[in-house]
Design a protein around this ligand. Structure first.
Ligand code: BTN
Length: 331
């Protein structure tokens, strides 16, 4: 029997349970940006570049995430402007914790005002929004990136990771010292007052190589998770990372970044590399890791001074500068 919007209130917990149960019977049920429900029965696969239907694990996520953070609501959009924008707007009137994924985004946003382009099926785009009150916010994007990398590629103390982290928010496929290609990124935004902030952690992950389109931005060199795990889909990647990400956010709120410094160092793509920064601070130097607050420690090659870079409005690039022998420093 078709499900009508009048039978459900989109943001009501009971209705969501009914909705997820109905999903199992009807196939994937999505909410459009305008809030109307759109049914995609199992025999009507959504178009993706690979031609495979997308079936999102809404019920499983609802139960796994709800167990970690009671009341959290899971939704999937067939298409939306930006999952970050959507959650920030909703949070003005309703601070329910949410996970919102979108098969396609029409106005996806990246850091520093850049656009985030993603082809349906070739990428995973989702945002997790929740009220959060950490003692300090610095280090949150590093904690989120680390949780994503560890969920996608569990490592032990002797394994050389394939997924590296490029401060402050990128996941890269590691291809040797100072080399690699971007796998994805994290965009963290908050809204609210000083007492109670609602935090939105947006995640974009490249799943498959994009179809050739002639779009220069889409055809820039990038890595995709299928290089590590052939056959991986966006819904499967979401099922893998969602709960570890939520756990990491809750742990960060309680404990901060300090406990993660060693784990981060194992995936730190910049450590030991000559780099330069641009944006609010323009510096050139030797990256010496991150400190207990998640600040990037950058030793100036002329003055030998170690700068702590904390601003979110700074980007880092590898530099070709030769690094003279340096004694280890902490900042
Ligand atoms: C970056 O590397 O610049 C961060 C990219 C973050 C993209 C994700 S996709 C889901 C969420 N919605 C957005 O508009 N942006 C984030």
């Amino acid at each position: 029997m078709p499900l009508r919007r009048a039978e459900l209130q989109a943001h009501d917990a009971g209705a969501q349970t009914a909705l997820t149960a109905a999903c199992a019977l009807l196939g994937t049920l999505m909410e459009t940006p305008m809030g109307t429900l759109m049914e995609t029965p199992m025999d009507t696969p959504m178009d993706t570049p690979t031609g495979t239907p997308m079936s999102w694990p809404v019920a499983e996520l609802q139960s796994a995430l709800g167990a970690l953070l009671p009341g959290l609501q899971v939704q999937v959009l067939a298409e939306g402007d930006s999952t970050n924008t959507r959650l920030l707007e909703q949070a003005r009137s309703d601070t329910t914790p949410r996970l919102l994924a979108a098969t396609a985004q029409t106005a996806g946003r990246g850091r520093m005002g850049r656009a985030w382009l993603a082809q349906p099926g070739a990428s995973l785009c989702f945002s997790m929004g929740l009220p959060l009150a950490p003692r300090r916010w610095e280090g949150l994007s590093l904690a989120a990136g680390l949780a994503l990398a560890d969920a996608l590629e569990p490592i032990n103390s002797i394994t050389q990771p394939a997924i590296g982290l490029k401060w402050p928010n990128d996941l890269w496929l590691w291809e040797g010292a100072g080399r690699g290609r971007k796998l994805g990124g994290v965009l963290i935004e908050t809204t609210g007052n000083m007492q109670q902030r609602y935090c939105v952690v947006g995640v974009g992950l490249n799943i498959a190589a994009p179809e050739p389109t002639g779009d220069a931005l889409l055809s820039m060199p990038r890595a995709c998770l299928q290089e590590l795990q052939p056959g991986l889909t966006a819904p499967a990647a979401l099922a893998r990372v969602a709960a570890p990400l939520l756990q990491a956010l809750l742990r960060f709120e309680a404990e901060g970044f300090a406990a993660l410094v060693q784990s981060y160092a194992r995936r730190d793509l910049l450590r030991g590399q000559a780099v330069y920064t641009f944006g609010q601070a323009e510096l050139r130097g030797h990256a010496e890791g991150v400190d207990a607050d998640g600040a990037l420690c950058l030793r100036d090659l002329q003055s030998r001074h170690v700068h702590r870079i904390v601003s979110g409005e700074v980007s880092v690039r590898f530099s070709d500068t030769q690094i003279p022998a340096l004694s280890p420093a902490s900042c």
